[in-house]
Structures are given as structure tokens and as C-alpha cells.
Design a protein around this ligand. Structure first.
Ligand SMILES: N=C(N)NCCC[C@H](NC(=O)CCC(=O)O)C(=O)O
Length: 444
């Protein structure tokens, strides 16, 4: 049996915009009110996904969500025709309209936590959609995320889908952005690292003072239980609260792992050495802990460039490659570090740069845009094949984007009722292209 780590990238939705919705996410706040280009955003994402498929990686796409979310707007009291709902909300509560128009489901690292079948007691691949309760605009994602995941990984013989965790701060869950798996080979049982920002039920435990800690230990432990993981295969690590307060709102902004490599900033975690010892005890293989010192890359440079929001992938040749945003090339300290990294005699042999600036301006780098799913060849064959990237899907999705997406969108434009029609027309066609069935509320 062959084993792969597939990446499922989020297709950027037609309402991609900059509304400054994510307190604690520096890029989101500082680019608020900039005009976005949804067409370019979707194309940048497709380019990256296609490039990985061309390198021989298993690459899939996850459909975006229906936005504007009129159901939430109606639930909070806006009424009348669809156009009335939008216009009333724009007038009386523009920030709520903005929240209901975000294309944030594109960051599929936050879609769910995934445990491969090699790790789970029932031998199935487990998915738990993230509840994303910390941010209003993201808290409206999980139900549809569950539907899209089920339509993509649609064989219950192989895939076990859970409901998202209770919608309360005690269970704040941001999915795979706070989860990394280390292993010898993808098909071998690994160690799953769950990184949390705070303990909800222990008021004396450390936590950030300025920005929210979106992930709780309680949520991480619940996911580990649901996914039927053994205690010996899990390590729970607290993120350093000081770096959360400097804009590291998810662990994948400060650390990334792949197979036997953990690449992280010196200040990423609490009790780092103790946790590294626990990982070594639980995973018997040659491990590379690549710790980046503050003296070489400051937290500020890491947050600006997204050095750690890179994908570390293993090519079919066995060589590891870092997929980085072009912003890493533009930051002198980070670029120098990446060039040095290639000389350090680690499994990482190459850095490839991709322009994903439309996403970066909202705080989403290459790693935010993808959900990792380690699978064997039978599981890959059980995936909805119309979601897998190849020449055909790449062509169809580019044509679809050209036909339906605007090339400029401001927050003022979100009040345009025409956007509902454009978005639904596009998504209805997309469900046919990707053979997803009726995953959207407007289709049910
Ligand atoms: N690190 C990972 N895995 N994901 C990045 C998510 C970025 C997202 N930005 C936003 O939601 C901004 C939307 C706006 O401001 O319009 C967030 O903060 O949740």
C-alpha cells in the first residue's frame, strides 16, 4: 500500500474582501478597507494548488461557502426580500453584514482537524470541523464545512466525520492550524501535536493578555478523544502567550511540521525542551527539530513574512521542499535564513515561492490555504475524484472564476444585492463541476 499526504486547498470564494474582522490577526486589521481582487485571489490559490499537483503531490480543492450568509442575517432579525435583508443590514449594522460576507472558509487549515487512519483505533480517517467560535465571521462556517467535507470524503467505509465541538469559548477550536503530525512514514502511526493557547477551565494557567487565545486545551483533548487516538500518540503543547500577543493567532504562524521535521521559532511554545523530550519518547525515529532563533528572525519578521506558515512537503522523490509566500523573499532576514536553512543538512532541500498576496493581506499564507490529509491509495481512490486537482479541473475552475468573479470588491460593495445572485449562480455551477450535491443552504 502506498501512502501520501494530500493537501486540500480552499477555493477562494467570490466575496473575498478586506473587512478587518480578525482582532489579533495583524494583517487583517492593518489591511481593513483595502479593495480586494477576488478573481486574482482565486487564481493565486489555483496556481499554487496546480503547481503542487504538477510536482506529483495528491492535491484536492475544497469548495467555498455561501456568502453573503443571509440565513445568519435573518436569524438576527433582518427580514424581507434578500435584497432588503442586505440593505437593512448595510444601513443598521455594517460590521454584521461584513461578517456574513467574509470568504474566510478559504483558509482550510481552519476547516477541521484530521487524523489519518494509521493513528486511529478504528482504522478510519477522522474529521472534526472546527467551531471557530472566537470570531463571529468564522463561527458561521462549521455546519457547511461538515457538509463539504462529507461530500469530498464521501465513503463512510474509510472516512469518519464528527460534528464540530460545542459552540462555547471553553471549546474554542481552530482545527488543523493548531495541529501537526510527526511520523516516520505517512502510513506509520505518528505523534499528533495539539497546540493550544489557553486552558479554559484553569483560571490560573498562563494566557495572553492582549489578544485572544483561540484554541483551548479542552477542545484539543476533545478532538483527540473523538478521533480515537492513543495517549501515547498525542502531545499537548501550550503556545507561548507572549507570541499570541504579538500577532501569532494560530500555531501555524510560528511552527510547521512534516514527517520527522518540526520547524519552529525559538519562542513558539511554553516548556519547549520538556515537550521535545516527550515527542522523542513517543516517536521512535530520527527527528529534526529545526529551531529558528530570535537573533536571526524576530517574531515581527516571522509574523510579517509568514516564514512558518509555509508548507513543508515531501515530493515523490523523498526530498522535502518548503512552499513559501513571496513575502519571505522580500524580507531580508527571513530570506537570508531560508537560504541558510538549505545548507544545514536537514531533509529540507529547496524553497519554492508563491504569490498568494491576496490571501496574505488577510493573514492567510500558503499553509492556511490547505488542509492536510494523510491517506493511503485506497483512501485516495475513495475521495470524490471531481475534487482532485489535474489539468481538467484546473482549466474548469479557471474558466469558472473568469466567468463569475469580480476583480475589485470593497466593503461598500457588500451592500450590493447583485452579489448574492452572482455568488449563488457561481456556487451552483461549482457544485456541478465538483459533483458535491446540494451542500449549500440555497440549494436545499
Ligand atoms: N493561520 C491560519 N491557519 N489561518 C489564517 C486565517 C486568517 C483569517 N483571516 C480573516 O478571517 C480575515 C477576514 C477579514 O478581516 O476580512 C483569520 O483570522 O481567521
Amino acid at each position: 500500500m502506498k501512502h501520501f499526504e494530500a493537501n486540500f486547498d480552499g477555493l477562494v470564494g467570490p466575496t473575498h474582501n478586506y473587512a478587518g474582522l480578525s482582532f489579533g490577526n495583524v494583517a487583517s486589521l492593518s489591511n481593513a478597507a483595502l479593495a480586494s481582487n477576488p478573481k486574482a485571489a482565486a487564481k493565486q490559490g489555483l496556481q499554487k494548488a496546480k503547481a503542487l499537483a504538477d510536482m506529483g503531490m495528491v492535491q484536492g480543492m475544497l469548495a467555498p461557502q455561501e456568502r453573503p450568509d443571509l440565513y445568519t442575517l435573518r436569524r438576527i432579525g433582518f427580514s424581507g426580500s434578500d435584497a432588503n435583508v442586505i440593505q437593512q443590514a448595510a444601513k443598521e449594522a455594517p460590521m454584521l453584514l461584513n461578517a456574513c460576507c467574509s470568504a474566510s472558509s478559504m483558509w482550510t487549515a481552519n476547516a477541521a482537524t484530521v487524523s489519518p487512519s494509521a493513528d486511529t483505533r478504528d482504522g478510519k480517517l477522522h474529521f472534526t470541523p472546527a467551531n471557530l467560535v472566537d470570531k463571529l465571521h468564522r463561527s458561521i462556517e462549521p455546519l457547511t464545512t461538515g457538509r463539504i467535507l462529507t461530500a469530498t470524503f464521501n465513503d463512510p467505509h474509510y472516512f469518519h466525520h464528527h460534528s464540530h465541538l460545542p459552540e462555547h469559548n471553553s471549546f474554542g477550536d481552530e482545527g488543523a492550524a493548531n495541529h501537526t503530525r510527526l511520523c516516520k512514514e505517512y502510513g506509520h502511526a505518528g505523534v499528533e501535536l495539539f497546540v493550544y493557547g489557553q486552558e479554559a477551565t484553569n483560571p490560573s494557567a498562563p494566557k495572553p493578555q492582549k489578544y485572544p487565545a483561540r484554541q483551548t486545551l479542552e477542545a484539543s483533548m476533545a478532538v483527540a478523544r473523538l478521533h480515537q487516538l492513543e495517549e501515547d500518540n498525542c502531545v499537548f503543547i501550550q503556545q507561548n502567550p507572549d507570541v499570541i500577543d504579538q500577532g501569532v493567532f494560530h500555531n501555524d504562524v510560528i511552527a510547521v511540521g512534516n514527517q520527522n521535521v518540526l520547524f519552529y521559532h525559538e519562542q513558539a511554545f511554553l516548556n519547549t525542551q520538556h515537550k521535545i523530550d516527550e515527542i522523542k519518547r513517543k516517536l521512535d525515529t530520527d527527528l529534526y527539530f529545526i529551531e529558528v532563533p530570535t537573533a536571526k528572525v524576530s517574531i515581527n519578521d516571522a509574523v510579517k513574512s509568514y516564514l512558518f506558515n509555509t508548507q513543508i512537503i515531501t515530493l515523490p522523490s523523498g526530498e522535502m521542499v518548503i512552499v513559501a509566500p513571496t513575502d519571505c523573499q522580500e524580507n531580508p532576514a527571513v530570506f537570508a535564513y531560508l537560504n541558510e536553512l538549505l545548507t544545514l543538512n536537514t531533509p529540507i532541500k529547496q524553497v519554492l515561492y508563491f504569490d498568494v498576496k491576496q490571501s496574505m493581506q488577510n493573514g492567510g499564507g500558503p499553509a492556511c490555504l490547505r488542509l492536510r490529509v494523510a491517506m493511503n491509495d485506497m483512501e485516495v481512490a475513495a475521495v470524490n475524484q471531481h475534487t482532485l486537482m489535474n489539468e481538467g479541473l484546473f482549466g474548469r475552475l479557471n474558466t469558472w472564476v473568469d466567468k463569475h468573479y469580480r476583480d475589485r470588491l470593497t466593503t461598500q460593495d457588500l451592500a450590493d444585492p447583485q452579489l448574492i445572485i452572482e455568488s449563488r449562480t457561481a456556487l451552483d455551477e461549482l457544485t456541478q463541476i465538483m459533483k458535491l450535491g446540494s451542500v449549500y443552504q440555497f440549494q436545499r
